[in-house]
Structure formats: structure tokens, C-alpha cells
Ligand binder design. Structure first.
Ligand code: HEM
Length: 419
């Protein structure tokens, strides 16, 4: 039995009470992610979440700013090559790669093995795995493991996982050696190299494993791969929808440009911590894009005990579907212009009821990468919009609803240099 709602009271109650996700979340992804935070069963999540939340602390994200700036500059330079060219799809041509490279660098660190972990083989394996999970979800005959193992999809997934795991495993082994050396040095009081502000997720989780024996190297790999999956497609899709919206709302784009100009003048300097706090309209643009185009349009929880809502008893075992897309477009929550792209509505703070904005989900199993995402996206948008004018054809936009929200039509942009 499925129960779908975006009523703020229902959302708040149920997402605070229950943390279990449907069993197939884990079944479809376990070859890749094991029992990582995003798809793992509730009891494993409860055991790990507190520790792992520490990896998303403000000071950790601040340490990623150089990487965000470097990636934003690279992405902008790539987009500049499109000036005067026909309309193109920025998601597949640029955003997917840029976000994957950024997340890999911040999750695993830049290793001496190679400056870029994301080889074409890795990129292909990652994207194919995302598609294979969707294909399995929509084909009920492949749901049981014993049937799935007979399919070409399973064989391909296995091959892709080997490629992806090989990268994270190699980096983990290398980092493990470095970490043990560092600990030895500390014991013998040898001076350490200059402490860097940049600490990849992997290093932090490795430190946690000193006091948590359940964080084995395999579990560490699962968590790191989970972070990469959780952050990559969501950030890339948000960039796509934000540029599509900006490209058809030139007044909004101009306001954003003016905000950037006020902060940076004519300088092309990197975005710094102090700038992020001042980029208020930019943040409103991102929230407005996420409200109308949430990359994860629905999320699910299992109702673990009989629960009464509005006089109706929802039995234990039923699924609660959070209607993320519906919540963001609700007239009751956002008023008669709910379908309009109007970032100004965020300038006075979040909606009256925070449980009516579900792009990062809500309650106990909400996204822990929200701060990372906002910082990264603000940096990308600043670099792009201060150099380029974006044009799109919003009226042609058609949405496709799979596990993630996609644009099946009207997803092309053109770029123009700012004079
Ligand atoms: C705009 C960008 C993002 C959006 C819209 C988004 C959205 C979400 C949503 C809706 C969930 C809950 C999924 C569910 O209940 O099934 C979630 C969970 C999660 N997200 Fe994000 N996310 C974003 C960026 C990121 C980033 C950048 C990272 C990491 C770097 C990340 C890591 C995670 C993790 C680890 C979880 C699982 C949390 C848990 O179960 O405790 N996300 N995200």
C-alpha cells in the first residue's frame, strides 16, 4: 500500500518518525553502494549517521572552496567555447562531468595517481550504472535478485562496479598508508607538513574509523561512493534547470548579474567565504529552481508502526511517498503564482512552513549535502553569469519523471559573451 502526500503536517510527522526506506532502494544499489547512508537499511543508517554528519561540517566545506572555484573557472571556459554556436545540451556535454570531477576530488582527494580521477571509463561506468538502476526499478521481472542475475543488465552493472570500486579502493589503500605514516609521526612528535584546510571526506571518515571498528575499509568505500552518487546528478540537474530558468527570465538573470557585479565589480577573482554570505539573490535563484524542478521528485519511507493521520490509520508496512514536486508547486503553500519562477519569494526567508519545500527531503533522513550543494552551486553560477549571458526556450521544456527529474525536451541553451 502506498500513501502519497505533500501536506506539510503529514510530511513533518512521518519523516520525523520513520527512517526506513523501501527494501528495494538497497537491493537495486547494493552491488555499487553496499549499505551506504543514502540507500542503506534504517538500523545501519542510525548507527552511522551521527558520525558521518561530521564530514559535512561548515569548516570542511570551506576547505573545498578552492576546488569549487577551479572547477567553476574550467566549466565557464568550456561554456565560452559555445559562444556563437548552435543550441546545445549543457547537462551531458559539461555539467555531468564537471560535477562528477568535483565530487570525486572532494570525496577522495586529488591523488598523486592522477590529477583527475574521472577518466572516460569511470565516467561511462558511473552514468551507465545510474541508468541500469532506473531500468531495473521500472521492470518488475528484474526485481528479485535471482532473476536479475540472469540479465545482461546485471553483468554490465557488475563490470561497471568493478571499475568504480577499483578507483575508490586504490585511493583508500593509498590514503590508508599515508594516514598510518602520519599517525606514526605524530606519536614520535616529528613535525607534520603544513596543515591544509582541505580535508577530503575520505580522510575524515578514516579518522572516524580509529574509534569506530564498524567503519571497515569496505564500509568506508561504500560511504564515499554514496556521497559521490548523492551529490553528482543532483547538482548537475540543478545547474541545468537553473540555467534553463535564467535563460528564459532575463529580468531575473539581469538582477543576478547586478548582485554579482556589486560584490565583485569587474574582478574575476575566486569566490570566497565572505562573498557566499552576500550572494543572497543567487541563493534565492537556486532555491526557486529547486522548488520548481527538484532533481529528486519523490522520496519514500516505510511506515514502521500503525500511525493515525487525520483520523485515518495507515498500517505498518505501507509506503509513504513524499511528493516533492507537488509540494514545491502547491498553490496552498506558495500562493497563486506558485508556478512562476520568482526568486524574490525567498528573499524574506524560507516559506512559512519549511515542510512545504522538500527538494532536500525533510526530517531525519533529509539530505546531509545541502550546505555543500548550495556553496558549490553558488560558486558555479557566479563564475558563469559574470562572464556569460544564457538563453533558453523555457516554453519548450518537457519534464520526464523517472527516479530523478529530467528534461526530455527544451533542454538546450545558447551562450553569449557579456561585453
Ligand atoms: C541540489 C543538490 C541536492 C539535492 C536536490 C539533494 C537531494 C537529496 C534528497 C531528496 C535526499 C533524500 C533522498 C531520500 O529520502 O531517498 C538526499 C539525501 C542525501 N544526499 Fe543529497 N541532494 C543534493 C546534493 C547533495 C550533495 C552535494 C551531497 C554530497 C556531497 C549529497 C549527499 C546526500 C546523502 C549522503 C544523502 C543521504 C542522507 C541520509 O540518508 O542520511 N546530496 N539528497
Amino acid at each position: 500500500m502506498y500513501f502519497m502526500s505533500h501536506k506539510a503536517d503529514d510530511v513533518r510527522t512521518l519523516t520525523n518518525m520513520f527512517v526506513e526506506k523501501p527494501y528495494y532502494y538497497n537491493r537495486f544499489s547494493k552491488m555499487w553502494l553496499g549499505q551506504g547512508l543514502l540507500t542503506g537499511p534504517g538500523h545501519i543508517w542510525k548507527r552511522n549517521v551521527k558520525n558521518l554528519s561530521a564530514t559535512f561540517a561548515g569548516s570542511v566545506i570551506e576547505g573545498f572552496q578552492d576546488i569549487f572555484n577551479r572547477q567553476a573557472a574550467k566549466l565557464t571556459a568550456n561554456l565560452k567555447k559555445e559562444i556563437g554556436q548552435p543550441p546545445f545540451d549543457p547537462l551531458h556535454k559539461y555539467f555531468a562531468y564537471a560535477t562528477l570531477e568535483t565530487i570525486c576530488q572532494t570525496a577522495l582527494g586529488v591523488t598523486p595517481l592522477s590529477d583527475s580521477i574521472v577518466t572516460p571509463e569511470y565516467y561511462h561506468a558511473f552514468n551507465r550504472n545510474l541508468q541500469l538502476i532506473v531500468d531495473r526499478a521500472f521492470n518488475i521481472f528484474t526485481h528479485p535478485d535471482f532473476l536479475y542475475r540472469l540479465t545482461p543488465g546485471y553483468r554490465e552493472m557488475k563490470k561497471n562496479c568493478a571499475i568504480l570500486h577499483n578507483v575508490s579502493r586504490t585511493v583508500i589503500e593509498l590514503r590508508r598508508k599515508e594516514y598510518e605514516e602520519k599517525k606514526k609521526k605524530e606519536l614520535t612528535n616529528e613535525p607534520d607538513a603544513i596543515k591544509s584546510k582541505f580535508r577530503p571526506f575520505l580522510d575524515i571518515i578514516m579518522e572516524l574509523s580509529d574509534t569506530d571498528p564498524l567503519l571497515t575499509d569496505e564500509q568506508i568505500r561504500n560511504e564515499v561512493d554514496t556521497v559521490i552518487l548523492g551529490g553528482q546528478e543532483t547538482s548537475a540537474t540543478t545547474m541545468l534547470f537553473t540555467l534553463l530558468a535564467l535563460g528564459s527570465n532575463m529580468d531575473v538573470q539581469e538582477k543576478l548579474y547586478q548582485e554579482i557585479k556589486e560584490i565583485f565589480g569587474d574582478s574575476k577573482r575566486p569566490v570566497q567565504k565572505e562573498d557566499l554570505a552576500r550572494l543572497k539573490y543567487c541563493e534565492a535563484v537556486i532555491y526557486e529552481s529547486l522548488r520548481l524542478f527538484p532533481p529528486v521528485p519523490a522520496a519514500m519511507r516505510v511506515i514502521e508502526t500503525d500511525t493515525e493521520l487525520d483520523g485515518v490509520t495507515i498500517p505498518a508496512g505501507a509506503m509513504f511517498v513524499l511528493n516533492v514536486l507537488g509540494a514545491g508547486r502547491s498553490f496552498a503553500a506558495y500562493g497563486p503564482d506558485a508556478r512562476k519562477f520568482r526568486p524574490e519569494r525567498w528573499l524574506d526567508g524560507p516559506p512559512i512552513n519549511p515542510a512545504s519545500f522538500l527538494a532536500f527531503s525533510y526530517g531525519r533522513r533529509a539530505c546531509i549535502g545541502k550546505r555543500y550543494a548550495l556553496t558549490f552551486l553558488k560558486t558555479l553560477l557566479t563564475h558563469i553569469i559574470r562572464d556569460l549571458k544564457i538563453h533558453s526556450c523555457y516554453e519548450d521544456l518537457r519534464l520526464e519523471f523517472s527516479i530523478s527529474l529530467r528534461a526530455s525536451h527544451g533542454n538546450l541553451i545558447t551562450v553569449e559573451a557579456r561585453s
